[in-house]
Structures are given as C-alpha cells and as structure tokens.
Design a protein around this ligand. Structure first.
Ligand SMILES: Cc1ncc(COP(=O)(O)O)c(C=O)c1O
Length: 364
C-alpha cells in the first residue's frame, strides 16, 4: 500500500524519547521549554507556547485575544473543522468567507463582503502547505480593527515573501498531529510576538497559575510532555530536509501530471514557498474524482478528499450557515483529490502513483 501520509520517524526520535524516559522528567519541563525556544526561533517570533494539539492552539489564541460571545470571527469555508469549531467554543460566531483556487486560501474579495464592525478576528488558514494571500487579507482585517490569526496546522516551514508563515499575524496556531509536516504524535503551539498574548496563553494552559498553587484566573491543563517535545525537537531539526523531499516529490508529480488535461496540479505563487502538506489535484470532471480515487485504491494507492464538505454545510455549524455563501468552496469539495505525499515515499512509489493516474485518464 502506498500511503497518502506517514510520519517520518527515525533513530533520532527514538533516542530523544529514550533519553527523556530515562531522565525521569516526563511532564512539561526543560525539553518542552527547549522545543519552544527552538520553534520560536525557527519561525521567527518571540514566543512559542506548546499545547496539547492544534485545535487547542486555535482555542487558546482566540481566548488570549479576548474573543467571546457577541464577537464574529471570519474563517475560510474550506478548511479542517477545528478552525471554525474553536470559534464556537469561545462563544463567538464563525462567519464563512469563500476561498480562491490558486492558493485554496481565503479570497480577499469574499472577506471584504463579510467583514463588519462585529468582526473581532480573521483566521487565515495556509491550506495544504501553501500560504494564503496574507497581506491582502490582513490589510482588510486591520482596516476593520480585527486581529489576524494564522492557522498554520498544515504549513510548517512554508514561506510568504521569504518570511515563515506563523510570523505574519498577531498570533498563530500550529498542529503537530501525526500526519503533519512535523509531528509529536499529538501536539500544538501558539506563537506570538505579543508579550501579553503569550502571558494569557500561559495562564490558560496551566490553571491560571502564577507561582505554585496560586491561581489568578481560570485556566485548563493544555500542557505537553517532555516526551512529546523530544519527538518535536528531533522533527524540527529535520523539518527543512523533510520539506525539501516533499517539494522534490511535488516537482516530479507536477512534471508528469500537468500534462494531463483532465486535471490541474497545485500551483505555487511566485511569492510563496509551498511545503506540500498535501498534494491536492483538481479533477476537471466532477464525476471522475471519486472514480480516480477508487482506481488508485484498486492499485494499492491511497487517495483522499480534503475536504468533502465545506464548513457551512456541516450539520454542527448549520446555525452559522449562509446558503450560497461560498460557491468556490462547494466546487472544491467536489473536485479535489489528494495524492500520496510524505517524505518517506520512494522514487518508485512516486512513479507508481504517476503511472496509475495516467492510466486512469488514458482509459477514458
Ligand atoms: C487547518 C487545520 N487546523 C487545525 C487543525 C487541528 O489540529 P489538531 O488535529 O492537532 O487538533 C488541523 C489538523 O488536523 C488542521 O489541518
């Protein structure tokens, strides 16, 4: 089976975890702090606060900005559920903006239409590993007095005009889930240059505690362990190499698959460094998409749809839905298909994927 994604775990992670286990210091401690320092430096921000997962990173970012009941937060309609569900978790209202097809990120013209004086923040998602049109989106948000949060769960190491995503907005959220460009198994981080925001995230993730057993506010336990951080540190040290391999695979896919008229390969804007968390093609004929996925599976090749339903059509978010708000997101949900993409794919596996996709279309 050629897997669509796979963590890239080697001796370095095994060694790092073993060291932590032997140290006897398993919970949040020096290794976690070292991870935070190194990750903040890598992205180019002042503070990184590691938390249990990317979902909670978004929640903590929103809460630290003071977002809650009565506020609106604009999110792209085409992203993973957590981007919007965490807005709801704060008591605020998610407002869906449509996406555009070159970046699969939020469309600035759609943001213009939905932003209002109630908008407290805009969550910019760098989907599939390609940066969204940050300056245009942030310009609109800032004009309306709204914060900009980056959801970087799929974009570790991606660059926008030479700057790492995660360093562009007021605060950003990362995920280190097992399939991400770098992983801890489960994990997340909130990044910011703002000392106050960092302080609030610190309180939220650790029982509102200032000094031992002194609680100044209500907080939770969102901490990671040294064990997770040890994996994260080893992964961070090889992130650029892993992303380079993803990009190499993408170039090979591009070379061959862009010759097929029946599909569109992902684009990389001149101002962007795409890190191909996913390699997602657009299948021109809607009716071919699921058939291609089925054909690939019959050849032992995994393929998946990210995402089969735009957020405004999710039952859980029905009360925030505005029918017809997001035609491009709706079309994307019917046309996109993600092919195998991870650093452990061999050249032979990449060629096998290319061959199978070509075969499918040559039989039509
Ligand atoms: C765009 C996006 N946002 C948020 C998340 C949530 O991250 P996690 O799975 O670590 O909670 C994910 C991960 O699946 C994601 O892809």
């Amino acid at each position: 089976m050629i897997k669509i994604s796979s963590p890239s775990i080697g001796d370095e992670e095994v060694k790092a975890v073993t060291e932590v286990l032997r140290s006897g210091y398993l919970a949040y401690g020096p290794v976690a702090k070292e991870f935070e320092r190194e990750f903040a430096k890598y992205i180019g921000v002042k503070h990184a606060l590691a938390v249990v997962n990317g979902t909670i990173a978004i929640y903590a970012a929103l809460k630290a900005l003071g977002i809650g009941p009565g506020d609106e937060v604009v999110v792209p309609d085409f992203t993973f559920f957590a981007t919007a569900s965490m807005v709801v978790a704060t008591g605020a209202r998610p407002v869906f903006a449509d996406i555009e097809l070159t970046t699969y990120g939020m469309d600035p013209s759609s943001l213009e239409k939905v932003i209002s004086e109630r908008t407290k923040a805009v969550i910019v998602v760098h989907l599939y590993g390609h940066p969204a049109r940050f300056d245009e989106l942030a310009g609109i948000a800032r004009e309306a007095g709204a914060y900009v949060i980056e959801d970087c769960a799929q974009a570790h190491g991606a660059e926008y005009h030479g700057k790492k995503v995660g360093s562009l907005g007021d605060v950003s959220a990362f995920s280190f889930y097992a399939t991400k460009n770098m992983t801890m198994g489960e994990g997340g981080a909130v990044l910011t240059d703002n000392d106050e925001v960092a302080e609030r995230v610190e309180l939220l993730r650790n029982h509102g505690q200032v000094g031992r057993y002194n609680h100044v506010t209500i907080g939770w336990n969102f901490r990671i362990t040294n064990i997770q951080a040890a994996i994260g540190l080893a992964q961070l040290r090889k992130l650029d190499r892993m992303n380079d391999r993803r990009r190499e695979i993408a170039r090979r896919y591009d070379e061959e698959l862009s010759l097929i008229d029946a599909l569109r390969t992902p684009s990389e804007a001149p101002w962007a460094r795409h890190v191909y968390h996913l390699y997602t093609v657009w299948v021109e004929r809607e009716e071919d998409r699921d058939k291609l996925a089925e054909y690939l599976r019959s050849k032992g090749i995994q393929a998946a749809v990210h995402y089969p339903k735009p957020l405004h059509l999710q039952q859980a978010l029905a009360e925030y839905s505005r029918p017809g708000c997001c035609p491009v997101a709706e079309a994307a949900s019917r046309h996109v298909l993600s092919l195998p993409m991870h650093p452990l794919l061999t050249d032979e596996e990449v060629e096998a994927v290319i061959r199978a996709v070509k075969e499918f279309f040559s039989k039509k």
